[in-house]
Design a protein around this ligand. Structure first.
Ligand code: ADP
Ligand code: ASP
Ligand code: MG
Length: 469
């Protein structure tokens, strides 16, 4: 069995949905798939906006956006469904979901407060709507499909906005609810990104979490493949939006893919790899616009890797924008034990995740996501010494398993970046990445120069390909 996850752009228009349906149909000829969908592109952002407006009691704004969400999905129904009876039935379901969204807006407006819990409720409508339309469109085209509300399967803790599954409960649910359908040859269509607590409150796994949902479901089902269908030719040597020359990477190890995702490559949610590693299931990243392009295989299987050995150093370059540097300078650090412990305790208290760190005897520099920055945090840090902040920076990381033991990489990186102002540099002793921080306006120059240095030389043979489109 295989799990096939389609991202926002892959189901974002009626044409894209039709294309996704034909990709599923092709798979059905080989094996019965579990299909996991994101919300249509732009819808989750809109729902976040609606939640925010409702929380500010900007009722008109929230209702106008909800009307757009309703109209968008009704249009999809119009384009995709021709049978009058099914169209009427589906219109009622879409109307019901849209009415519930409006009720939620009014509820939050009356209470005058937006909680993380109600925010997750808002965000869940995107996937519920996209899967409802998709399942009906498949049904009309003669496929044997079942729509499943994943909240009956994906049971999570109550960490709203960043919920994590209760593995054993979920695995049992998958065995009970999804597996019998697949075994009977019924294609299952369900939502990525969302789940529910044991007592039925809707949760989400965090933005971009549908990849993670697919990997979890694939692992619980012991599938033979986890397919992530997106809008690019697999994992590429850099974000093609930043580097027009980016190539598609044929094969990567689990560790390289995980590292790349954590370091900012949006093509995969960072938590996608762990469930796949656990059950040793290959992850395929594929292009729904060009389904015949090879895409990327992520695996540790020596057989699959054979013939694709890579002698080069860097496999890919990741960028994380909207970061900020916090620099703490203190003479008290010198020779004193426990200093770092106390310092990081402050970040833990504010639930702020520290991304990159670089230290000397008298100062610590670190980066955090700009969104998690707060003046209260900075006030607390001032007890340790002078604190300087630099906003609008980005971390850039070069990633590759071969970096670990290679000489001369740093030299090549720095010569490629000789015209860029490096604000911070970090490399661990056994790391497979080298990271540094630049000002945001310099990102494009930095990554394009690095890309030229590492990917436009003869050393990158068979594992890189020009994208199909
Ligand atoms: P989906 O909606 O299918 O989940 P995303 O927008 O989350 O798609 O991720 C795909 C996007 O990730 C691409 O359009 C691309 O701009 C971006 N991206 C960033 N880094 C990379 C990379 N190394 N390889 C491929 N795509 C990347
Ligand atoms: N729809 C969700 C988001 O936009 C989840 C996903 O697409 O993976 O974040
Ligand atoms: Mg995504």
């Amino acid at each position: 069995m295989a799990v096939m996850k389609f991202g926002g752009t892959s189901v974002g228009t009626s044409r894209a949905m039709q294309q996704a349906i034909s990709i599923v149909a092709r798979e059905e000829k080989k094996q019965t798939p579990l299909v996991v969908l994101s919300a249509c592109s732009g819808i989750t952002n809109k729902l976040v906006h609606i939640a925010d407006a409702a929380g500010r009691s900007a009722l008109d704004e929230a209702m106008a956006l909800a009307a757009e969400v309703r109209a968008f999905h009704l249009n999809l129904v119009d384009d995709l469904i021709s049978g009058l009876e099914l169209k009427a039935e589906l219109t009622v379901t879409i109307e019901q979901l849209a009415n519930r969204l409006e009720l939620l807006i009014k509820g939050v407006d009356i209470v005058g407060e937006l909680t993380e819990r109600s925010k997750d409720m808002f965000c869940s409508f995107g996937e519920l709507l996209s899967t409802t339309v998709f399942a009906a469109a498949m049904k009309e085209r003669g496929h044997n499909v079942a729509w499943i509300d994943v909240r009956t399967v994906m049971i999570t803790d109550d960490n709203f906005g960043f919920a994590r599954p209760l593995d054993e409960v979920c695995e049992a649910n998958v065995r009970q609810i999804i597996k019998p359908l697949l075994d009977a040859g019924t294609t299952v269509i369900t939502q990525g990104y969302i789940g529910a607590t044991k007592d039925g409150r809707t949760t989400t796994l965090g933005r971009g979490g549908s990849d993670f949902s697919a990997a979890l479901l694939g692992a619980w089902l012991n599938d033979n493949a986890i397919e992530i269908w997106t809008d690019v030719d697999g994992v590429m040597t850099c974000d093609p939006r930043l580097v027009p020359d980016a190539r598609s990477i044929r094969v990567m190890t689990f560790s390289e893919a995980a590292e790349l995702a954590y370091l900012g490559a949006k093509v995969l949610h960072p938590d996608t790899i762990a469930p796949a590693v656990q059950k040793n299931i290959p992850v395929y990243v594929l292009n729904s616009i060009c389904p015949d392009a090879k895409g990327t295989i992520i695996t540790n299987d020596p057989e699959r890797l054979s013939g694709m050995s890579y002698e080069g150093l860097v496999k890919s370059i990741a960028v994380k924008k909207s970061q900020c540097i916090i620099n703490i300078r203190s003479n008290r650090m010198m020779g004193r034990h426990g200093f770092m412990n106390q310092l990081f305790d402050v970040f833990a208290r504010y639930s702020v995740s520290v991304e990159m760190i670089s230290t000397s005897e008298v100062s610590v520099s670190l980066t955090v996501d700009d969104k998690s920055f707060s003046n209260e945090l900075i006030q607390d840090l001032k007890q340790f010494g002078d604190v300087e902040i630099e906003h609008n920076v980005a971390t850039i990381s070069v990633v590759g398993d071969n970096l670990r033991m290679s000489r001369g990489v740093a030299g090549r990186i720095f010569s490629a970046l000789k015209d860029v102002n490096l604000r911070m540099i970090s490399q661990g002793a056994s790391e497979i990445n080298v990271g540094f921080v630049v000002e945001e306006p310099e990102v494009a120059t930095a990554v394009n120069n690095l890309h030229k240095e590492f990917f436009c030389t003869p050393e990158n043979h068979c594992i890189f390909e020009m994208p199909a489109k």
